[in-house]
Design a protein around this ligand. Structure first.
Ligand code: GLY
Length: 353
């Protein structure tokens, strides 16, 4: 293996870092234990820093920077691969059933009942108004992760699926190699992008936070679906895709790595989404799945330098991995290749725990 940089983790963060580093001239290898398990497959692909109500100032800055990188970044990937990412700056509407106490603190525009009903017909009868977030949108995360795989392949990035990193070999504050089920692998630099599994390798406070999701489809042959923007409700979101399917998410569960969908989880999502947008009750239920968000105690990612000079952290993205992928890759490439640490990284340093 002839590699400058070894990335541990083949989800959206690992792949995005790999592509960015390769475009900056580095030889990159990505090790992935099981590509299908990455949280990026399970996500809904919302690009929603406003709708997610991110309160931490540094996190909001990071999220906005990433959001603004999206059009150019997906354009570059689409040009490279000839494939679509489904990027759609469709805006997000967040209907509410109770009047908010403080309008001035929201980054959105308030829509009263009649305005929101005109803008989005078919909302539940208990909706009294809502917020409109015109800067937010979505990307088809499942398409995006395949586009990233394809981009990585066409750029000559080595992607090794089915490789489990069992241990990280350290000597005198240097990583000397990683022990895997396929043998010892070495590189000049290492990036930890193992998402919810990061804590199996290093003592980081990253835990899995389970999310269950489902996909609905309007019955019959439909030319146009009546939803063209994301609906971000109270404990549920509804994400219409351009292919006519509708993603509904997501539960937030402290269940460790317990697999599978549960009756209660799916019932909860169905109750909430049909209350928000009642006609979904007639849609067909196409698919259900689950994934594990990498959560940290303060819900902020762990980015940048580590206790070893040749190991960089890129984990703990919790609910915002898809949104934060481009900015994570940019800041870490600036750090690793150009030795230009962005001061914003200080807020996401591992040592805060
Ligand atoms: N970003 C939404 C979620 O994690 O459910």
């Amino acid at each position: 293996m002839n590699t400058d940089i070894l990335i541990i983790g083949g989800g959206i963060i690992g792949l995005t870092c790999a592509v960015e580093l390769k475009l900056r001239g580095e030889n990159v290898t990505v090790l992935c234990r099981n590509f299908t398990e990455a949280a990026s497959h399970a996500a809904a692909g919302m690009l929603a820093p406003d709708a997610e109500n991110i309160a931490n100032e540094a996190m909001l800055t990071l999220s906005k920077r990433s959001l603004y990188l999206y059009p150019e970044w997906v354009g570059k990937l689409e040009e490279l691969t000839g494939l679509s990412t489904g990027y759609w700056p469709c805006g997000i509407v967040a209907p509410v059933s109770q009047k908010p106490t403080n309008h001035s603190q929201s980054p959105g525009y308030w829509l009263d009942k009649s305005t929101i009903e005109q803008y989005q017909q078919g909302l539940g009868s208990d909706i009294i108004g809502g917020w409109w977030y015109p800067e937010n949108g979505q990307v088809n995360n499942q398409a995006l992760i395949q586009v990233l795989r394809s981009a990585a392949e066409s750029l000559g990035i080595e992607f090794q699926d089915g490789v489990t990193v069992e241990a990280i070999l350290q000597q005198q504050s240097q990583i000397m190699g990683v022990q895997t089920n396929k043998g010892l692998l070495r590189a000049g630099h290492y990036i930890l992008a193992a998402g919810a599994w990061s804590n199996q390798l290093l003592p980081l406070p990253v835990r899995p936070c389970k999310g269950q999701m489902l996909r609905l489809r309007m019955p019959g042959i439909v030319q146009e679906i009546p939803l063209t923007r994301v609906l971000y409700g109270e404990n549920v979101y509804i994400v219409p895709r351009k292919d006519g399917s509708i993603i509904v998410g997501a539960t937030v569960e402290e269940a460790g790595f317990t697999p599978n969908n549960t009756a209660a989880g799916i019932q909860n999502l169905l109750n909430r989404c049909t209350r928000l947008y009642p006609s979904l009750g007639d849609y067909s239920l196409e698919e259900m799945w689950w994934g594990f968000r990498p959560a940290t105690p303060d819900e902020l990612p762990i980015l940048g330098e580590s206790y070893c000079q040749n190991l960089t952290m890129a984990t703990g993205h919790y609910r915002n991995g898809v949104l934060l992928a481009p900015v994570t890759a940019k800041l870490l490439a600036d750090l690793i290749v150009s030795q230009k640490p962005d001061p914003l990284l200080n807020h996401f340093h591992y040592s805060r725990f």
